[in-house]
Design a binder for this molecule. Sequence first.
Ligand SMILES: [Zn+2]
Length: 103
Amino acid sequence: MLKPRAKEIARERIDILVKSALKEKDEALAAQQARQAKKIAMRFRVRLPYEAQQLYCKKCKAFIVPGRSARVRVGRAKTRAVRITCLRCGHTYRKVLGRNKDL
Ligand SMILES: [Zn+2]
């Protein structure tokens, strides 16, 4: 049995890892930090924060940074969605903006 506190610590570590991966200029290092964050999430059975989920390609699971390893195109104003193209595998997926915060 995991103590509730362990999950809390796991979430904090994931948060730190994702943030530093985003800031990291070295792509290999960023990918490593991102993998680490995912590992922790799986080990402690916590969900990655919604923003962090968007940073992993749905297809090749690579860590993608908008504007660097992904191409982001803003769709029509009505849909409030952006299209994110993973530059590693070419997979495109949509990210809907302005949805409920509980996601
Ligand atoms: Zn991909």
